[in-house]
Design a protein around this ligand. Sequence first.
Ligand code: 8NA
Ligand code: MG
Ligand code: MG
Ligand code: MG
Length: 305
Amino acid sequence: CTKVRAEKFTGCLLGLALGDALGAPFEGRYTVRGGEIEKIASSLELLRYTDDTHMAIGVAESLIACRGLDGEHMAKTFVRNFRKEPWRGYGPGPPEVFRRIESGIPWYSAAEEVFPGGSYGNGAAMRIAPVGLFYHRNPEKIREAAYLCSRITHTHPLAKDGAVVIAAAVAFAVVYGSEGRRSDLLDYLSAFSLPEVYRSKLGKIPELALRGDRREVVRELGNGVEAFNSVPTAVYCFLTGDSFEKTVTGAISLGGDCDTIAAMAGAIAGAWWGIEAIPSRWLEKLENAEYIKSLARKIYKLTVD
Ligand code: 8NA
Ligand code: MG
Ligand code: MG
Ligand code: MG
């Protein structure tokens, strides 16, 4: 396997933030044309990220402070960050969970009744990339860590397994990119014994990739806020985008919850190709880029150096 480099860690977290920030103006749109993304990006002075990145920052901060995943510490970090910047476009679930934690409900059960059976939104998967970075050396820990991180806000099994897919994909990208074959990701993921909806959607990717029909991708894999309607789509975008830039613009062009799909795909692509593959015209405009980069470097130091 290739050498694990710090540039993959910084590429991952900055890739997540850029997918989120570039996609945010288009969230909820039915269609997005390629030219529109660049037009908006160049007209904006600052590329502002949303809840996806804000929560990933919390995951990274807590992993660094605790040298690993501590559920209570991470929950408190989420609550504190949310209170500082509640305007980041959070879905309805997490703010309700945070209120419950503040009212004294323990972090490990606060999310259970916010939705029947727990939330299956993509909010656990959208923030999980730092966990994939932190545990890239031991895939057997990825499931446990992704579940623990998800449990704070998303207790539905499909949300938790969606987070496993993205964390595992990031670990794969860090370890095998960019000299390996991207298509080996599907084999790598098949070792994680995933629920049927993930196995069947991931299994459709090779054929969808051959046709490359946008509407068919949206119909078969989804572009919604549900983890199972966006996580396989993000994997598709990484496997079919031939560069960081194409992965992210391809994800945004699918519409729907496209900032989140682009955040997940951007994290995987950034980890695969490294920061040097991220266009500087985007990086220069990214809000808090230096801070996000410093978090990625700290995770690298704790796990590789
Ligand atoms: P969430 O936990 O609130 O879940 C998202 C939505 O999924 C919920 O609001 C429900 O509509 C639905 N849902 C989840 N679980 C269930 C269930 N068991 N039964 C019925 N419906 C359910 O939020 P999240 O943290 O998962 O975030 C998901 C998305 O919301 C992300 O794209 C994020 O960016 C955010 N979002 C924000 C905006 C905005 O403009 N503020 C718009 C879209 C999405
Ligand atoms: Mg958003
Ligand atoms: Mg968002
Ligand atoms: Mg979103």
